[in-house]
Design a protein around this ligand. Structure first.
Ligand code: FES
Length: 177
């Protein structure tokens, strides 16, 4: 008997077959919308897929700064850009470019005022596409080193594990600015 579940599964498998090289099926659109945050490992890379205000984003799962898990980070619009706030030390990372934003003053100005600045691209961002209710991620192929790459590698994995163990002993608390 062919049930609707079987048909759905067949559709998904067909969609997978149709994917262009490097395009990974990550889930049904409705499921990812409901989940809001979904963790996937693609080609050995840990990725966070976020659905926020009608838009999908895919970012490296571990914060470039010290490997914090971005999965539970709040999302806020800062200076016109949607950012995920790392739960560990509250760094603000834009979801579309992977830039880290910080507040500061330019001492070269006559009367320095506090404003948002960018530290540049620190977190690797991946491309999300949708087709027929299926969602796909294509990993970023930018050859330049991006700091979040570190926590995807073996050394980074070891450091993350050490930091997690240390944090269990002495939990970190950071105030929002
Ligand atoms: S680990 Fe993310 S802000 Fe430090």
């Amino acid at each position: 008997m062919v049930t609707s579940k079987t048909k759905d599964f067949q559709k998904v498998m067909e969609a997978k077959d149709q994917t262009a090289p490097g395009l990974h099926f990550v889930g049904k659109k409705e499921e990812l919308i409901q989940a809001k945050r979904s963790f996937r490992t693609l080609e050995g890379r840990d990725i966070l897929i976020i659905y926020h205000e009608g838009v999908f984003h895919a970012v490296d799962s571990y914060c470039y700064h010290a490997g914090g898990m971005l999965q539970n980070g709040d999302i806020e619009e800062i200076n016109g850009k949607m950012c995920i706030i790392c739960p560990k030390h509250k760094y603000k990372i834009t979801l579309t470019e992977g830039e880290c934003l910080y507040k500061g003053k330019d001492p070269r100005e006559k009367s320095p005022v506090t404003r948002w600045y960018s530290k540049g691209v620190k977190q690797r961002i991946h491309v999300v596409t949708e087709s027929d209710g299926n969602v796909f991620v294509k990993l970023s192929v930018s050859p330049a080193w991006i700091e979040s790459d570190y926590y995807q590698g073996e050394k980074g994995k070891v450091e993350r594990a050490k930091a997690e163990a240390a944090e269990k002993k002495n939990p970190i608390t950071v105030d929002d600015d």
